[in-house]
Design a protein around this ligand. Structure first.
Ligand SMILES: [Zn+2]
Length: 336
């Protein structure tokens, strides 16, 4: 049958809009739609793989949530029943800090990654809120807007975080995920990073340091090559009408909400290319609210379960992934 292929499915649980109206503490309807879908899919995932399924939930608990909802842990409290159910299923819970700051003078949100002390404040707020809810430290993180640098690495090490799933190999540096939003800083350059978990070199987080025996593990998301052929009409529509920009081509993140005709062959290629294959995907909790994204995401997930090699997949947590790839999850605090 061959070795198991770990598959990490990350869900960023957040308000539907990126810039929620502070005057309206709207419930997270995307999560309310996505949760029952994944709940129903879970036994099918277990059937297809022959193993219990574990999912990975990354909660927004940063100052934007605090400002709009009155408390950074609003999401976890509001969706307490879902949290308990997923904890009982063995799922991983972590935080998903964004660096949104409400600018009092401009009266708008600014994505403030150019402000390192604010980024750190957002991280610390999230980790503290996590501890207040779960009564234990947070071990897994996905930074907002794939932002990661040495200050982030340093803060994660200090906060005792063990697994990071932020980095997206192949992605170019860009000014902002959506240029129409207020922002500072740059979304980093991940073109030199390859897939495969690693401990980052201090001050050079895109490089691996095989000698480090402590600190956070970076588990890069799955990347592959999206063909630039076919789908002419859809490409045209996306280029001209979509706020999400054109359909990506070339080497970059494999996003489950992109067209199955392009994503599925790219996933196959990625698995063939890797000596120790694994997959790690991230979806935003609002993915099903848009029929286009939602349809693609459903089709891609169901396709994964229908594949001949689905028996080899193990939907798992970062803690499970490392030993499956022959790496020791320990080191650092576990090391004596
Ligand atoms: Zn996010």
């Amino acid at each position: 049958m061959g070795e198991r292929i770990p598959v990490i499915l990350c869900i960023d649980v957040e308000p539907d809009p990126r810039r929620p109206d502070p005057a309206k503490a709207a419930t997270w309807s995307g999560f309310e739609r996505l949760y029952p879908f994944l709940r129903e899919l879970r036994p099918r995932m277990a059937d297809a793989t022959g193993e219990a399924t574990r999912l990975n939930w990354f909660w927004r608990m940063d100052p934007q949530i605090e400002f709009v909802y009155g408390s950074p842990d609003w999401g976890l409290r509001r969706y307490e029943a879902e949290v308990s159910e997923t904890v009982a299923a063995g799922d991983e819970h972590g935080v998903h800090p964004h660096a949104w700051r409400w600018d009092m003078t401009l009266h708008r949100w600014v994505s403030d990654y150019g402000n390192p002390s604010w980024v750190e404040h957002c991280m610390v707020t999230s980790f503290m809120a996590f501890r207040s809810v779960f009564g234990k430290g947070c071990e897994s993180v996905r930074m907002g807007d794939r932002y990661f640098d040495d200050r982030v690495r340093e803060a994660l090490d200090r906060l005792g975080c063990r697994f990071d799933l932020t980095i997206e190999p192949g992605e170019k540096p860009i000014r902002a995920l959506a240029a129409s939003e207020g922002y500072t800083g740059l979304v980093p350059d991940y073109r030199s990073v390859e897939m495969g978990p690693y401990r980052p070199r201090v001050e050079y987080v895109r490089e691996r340091d095989a000698d480090r025996s402590e600190g956070v593990w970076v588990i890069p998301l799955a990347s592959g090559v999206m063909s630039d052929r076919g789908l002419r009409w859809r490409r045209y529509m996306r280029r001209h009408w979509s706020s999400m920009g054109p359909i990506p081509t070339g080497y970059g993140t494999l996003r489950l909400w992109e067209p199955p005709e392009l994503v599925q062959p790219a996933i196959d290629e990625t698995l063939e290319r890797m000596e120790r294959p694994y997959l790690a995907f991230a979806i935003r909790s609002d993915v099903l609210l848009n029929p286009w994204w939602g349809g693609n995401c459903r089709r891609n997930l169901k396709w994964l379960l229908r594949q001949a090699q689905a028996r080899r997949y193990a939907f798992c947590t970062p803690r499970d992934l490392l030993p499956m790839l022959g790496l020791s999850a320990g080191g650092g605090r576990d090391c004596h």
